[in-house]
Design a protein. Sequence first.
Lengths: 127, 767
Amino acid sequence: MVVVTLDELAVHMRSLTGAEQGLRWARRLFSTGCALFYLAFSTLVFLMQYSPVGQIALFIGSLLTLVISVPLIPVAWLARRRLWRQRNRLHGVLFAQGLRVDEAGRVVTNDPHPRLIYDRARLSGAV
Amino acid sequence: MTVQTRLSAAEASLPDASSPDLSDGQKPAAPSALSRVWSWLGWGLALPGLAGVVLVPMDWSGQMMAMIAVIAALWVLRTLPNDEPGSPLRLLVLLLTAIVSLRYIAWRGLFTLNSSTLISTALAVILYLAEVYSVVISLLGALVNSTPLRRPSLMLADLPPETALPTVDVLIPTYNEPAEMLEVTLRAALQIQYPADLLRVYLLDDGGTDAKIAQVDPENAAAAQARRTTLQALCHRLGARYLTRAENSHAKAGNINSALAHTDGDLIVILDADHVPTGDFLNRTVPWMVKRPDVFLVQTPHFMINPDPIDRNLLQSFRRMPSENDMFYQTIQKGLDFWDSSFFCGSAAVLRRAPLMAIGGLAGQTITEDAETAITLHGQGLKSVYLDRPMVAGLNPETFTAFVIQRMRWAQGMTQILLLKRPFMAPGLSWFQRVGYMSSLLFWLFPFARMIFIFSPLAYLIGGFDVYNASTMQILAYTVPHVLAGYIMSDMLFGRTRWPLISEIYELMQSIFSLNALIKVVANPRHPSFVVTPKGDTMAEEFISPLAKPFYGLFVLVGIGFIFGGWRLWDDPVTRDMTMVVLVWNTLNFLTLTAALGALVERRQRRASPRMPAQQTGTVLTGAGVSCDIDDLSAGGARLLIDPSAPQIPRKGDLIRLAAPAPQAGRTVMLSCEVCSVFPLRRRLALGVRFVPATEAEANDAVVLAFGDSARWQFFLDRRVRPIAFTTALSMIFGLIWQPVLLHARMLRAAIRLPSCLQTRQGSTHE
């Protein structure tokens, strides 16, 4: 895709914003999955090796957590990878044209004295 | 593109425009008496609660369960949005980490210091003290950096039109720096955008003092006289003022204080000899002084345009990785600024004359006169401002020797302040300023801890001393969570400006020499003398640093540790678990040390003035004019990229004219250039050109083009400052450990063929 008009840039930026948001959530989901897995697995190992009897609630809780986290991790990891690639590809399109997205989410030229190219807050997207 | 809008200056300063922080850089008003009572009440309840959580007794299994939960929580918390200063999640991460670390230290102190022999106990206590030091530094760092302050952009144009601007004296102290280096700094200082009648530039020459000229050695006396004559002529030619003094007392501080008696500007800018200011330096700093009469200091970052020797020799990632001082200038100083304790760093700063004169000028009791002066002025209730915009470009020391000289001076000076000024009990400082200063000063004692961490595993493996009395399960329950939590916190606070494991290499490289220097200071705090850092060295050939020997010794010792460890593993099944743990520890030390050896091979460097990426366009004026991209740039030359199919391609030796926009100056500069090389590069044709200015104005323009634009430095920094994952850093370190082997093999081959060429200057003592 080669961005040439503001309409196309608006569509491009919508995709990019979606990818960024999705990536943030995928990252959090992946970390949460890892943390849950680590928590449940460590607790189970600990219970099985050292704990006296009578920890059935903790045991069942850990088992359930493990069941949730085991499928969650690969799903979140794949989603993260896919969104990461999509995000990079969308940024790459802008970069190839000497553009970048600044901290405020505006499209500016990629140089020390940036010129504003597209600002969703200022322009409706129409040419 | 159909629509392009030029961003205004304020919008273009991207971090400022989007900064959510305080609009005028002022913090909220002082708390009322009632809120103070609540605050004390809160602390009164929180501290016993914290002490209870830290000291609550648990067996190792309970501790392990608790730590598993805490580490899992930290793992999730680090992915949530917590980079906003003062964010509750950020504070929660800091609190949890503090609890984990304090529980670890409490456990170590209460249960693990009992040992079989007196020597073992002594060694265990020494290791424990090093760990306590590390935890204290970590907690102080967490407090200081909990809410970094991002100051908004403030320009002269933002002041009311009737505002009377202060007069400014730019002071450039010099001792032995070459005239070529000083010329660039002077030209840039004279080009700073400020009303000409309010700006004066002074060169303070301590290499041409009366005492230097009258010294007994006729050769040195003649050199001092020649230097004075050369620099006087230089200042006369450029329009700067030359000042020197009778004798060289109190080094740099004495030099500046002497100049203060001969100048009268309301504000004083201090620039090191190699620190070249951008055109907007005063435009962005003076408004803070005008708006805030209680401010005595506006400090800006020291932006280095060349890699330090460890980066240049080993890492080779100057354009991709945050440099060593980025952590201080882009993170820590902002953290200190929130607590009103950002301090003077000796250069790239504006000082108010009145308070400085009131305390008798710059302090000269220690060799880090900058921080010492800031402590005194902070103690008088005055404020400081830190502006995180690179507006001064300086040089890192080129050789490892020069690097060590510089760091030893900093370590000695900061320890002198600790011992002589005692900021923890200095009058007038608030508690948070004491915390800020103690965090900055105590950091420089790291060589003690670093060396203890290197030698402790060796004491166990080689000497058989029980320096760490704990079972494997206890280590898993206490030590591992402490290390993991520390990493997570460090990643959150400093991840963008300091990559994991890189600090280990830098600290190790400095520790051996700084340790010796620190011991001397502790023995006699008034002993150290100011040693000027050599800058601008060139190396014709690769060579091994003359400071390498201790590292080879340490390398062999750590290697011997493995042999003893292997034997101990086989011979003593009872201590096998502990031996395994200590071997892992020794392996980490070995990896760091091996990587460090690569930094000891000084790589060839022929260019005295480094070139920086430019990313701007220009026009080569040959007949019709050929548009070009300026790929890199220095005050002496540039690399231009042109289309190979252009009609009139210059050839080597041709004299051409280059027209290039200088955005900060708001005009296009025209420069005469000589083409030194022509070669294909990235499907373009590269022209290596040398500036040959025909007039003084053209020479000024070359400096304006190369150094005048702070946006260029900011752009460069923004590309470089980013976090990486721990695994990426680890793979980077694994990649680096082969470097020393390859480099030493190459050196060995070269040594057989040719004698190595050594061109280093030792630091010269500045009396």
